[in-house]
Design a protein around this ligand. Structure first.
Ligand code: SAH
Length: 270
């Protein structure tokens, strides 16, 4: 470690041992949103297996000698099978490499990080989880939306809009979640938004409830769309993805808190 990081010792930055895998959260987009430990991992890795949502600008900070392996998985597009990605991690670790598995947001938030870690654990491959800033938290912050405010909500639900088959998850108790918390943060929800909204409305959710959709959060082309649960059909058909959908009153604070806009945006990327 150099510069400011020299003050941090080995206990803060454990050695990235050969033959181990670190599952690192890259954050939602802007490279500055990776953790110090994640940055440390990028610098030491021999192999970096990264997702579609990881920014090129972040990869530019990695060890230039590291092997870079794309393991993109995006809804609706052909992509490498999860089993193949996991196998690749196992093989690379078996070759004695320091393997950085770089995932968008937080590795344990709807990112299959747990599945990958379970496979490593089952084979006795040492691994470390380096948490990241989830798009469901940091992405909203970049749109001036606090995920909680004392005046509006004491609970939050994180929901995924589709399961492994690509359909709206059948295991979700829609009636229960519709009224369980004032704020529902939805990942991968754009495609099925109309049907999710219909389920929530049928279960008693207020049609006047606010909806904000943050596309490409913390990226230069971030865009925010707003509607209510009842007026979703007024939104454009081609909402850019990736996008986080937030249902509930917290997007009302955007009017005052939308700091990441206009001419300041370039300087605000982080
Ligand atoms: N582990 C990730 C989520 C993986 S699921 C995390 O913690 O953020 C992928 C979904 O995350 C996308 O479909 C989208 O809903 C959301 N997402 C990730 N990056 C995003 C970004 N920059 N802007 C908006 N949504 C994003």
């Amino acid at each position: 470690m150099s510069g400011h990081f020299a003050a941090l010792d080995a206990a803060d930055f454990p050695a990235f041992e050969p033959g181990t895998v670190w599952l690192v959260g890259a954050g939602p987009g802007a490279p500055g949103l990776i953790s110090l430990l994640g940055y440390h991992a990028l610098g030491q890795a021999d192999a970096i297996v990264y997702d579609a949502l990881v920014s090129e600008r972040l990869l530019a900070l990695a060890n230039p000698r590291a092997e870079r392996l794309y393991a993109g998985k995006r809804g609706g597009k052909p992509s490498e099978k999860q089993a193949d990605i996991t196998l690749r991690l196992i093989e690379l670790a078996g070759q004695g490499k320091r393997v950085c598995r770089l995932k968008g947001g937080d590795p344990f938030m709807f990112g299959r990080g747990a599945e990958e870690a379970m496979a490593l654990a089952a084979r006795g491959i040492p691994f470390r989880i380096v948490p990241g800033i989830s798009a469901g938290l940091g992405g909203l912050a970049y749109a001036g939306i606090p995920v909680t405010h004392r005046d509006t909500n004491h609970a939050v639900i994180f929901l995924t809009g589709h399961d492994e088959t690509g359909a709206v998850p059948a295991s979700v108790d829609w009636a229960a979640i519709a009224t369980a918390a004032p704020v529902i943060v939805m990942f991968m929800a754009v495609k099925h938004l109309a049907s999710i909204a219909a389920r929530l409305l049928a279960a008693g959710r207020d049609p006047a409830d606010r909806v904000a959709i943050v596309s490409n959060a913390a990226l230069g082309h971030q865009q925010v769309l707003e509607a209510t649960l009842a007026t979703l059909d007024t939104l454009p058909a081609d909402i850019p993805t990736p996008a986080i959908v937030v249902l509930g009153p917290v997007s009302q604070y955007r009017g005052a808190l939308d700091w990441y806009v206009g001419p300041h945006r370039g300087a605000a990327l982080g």
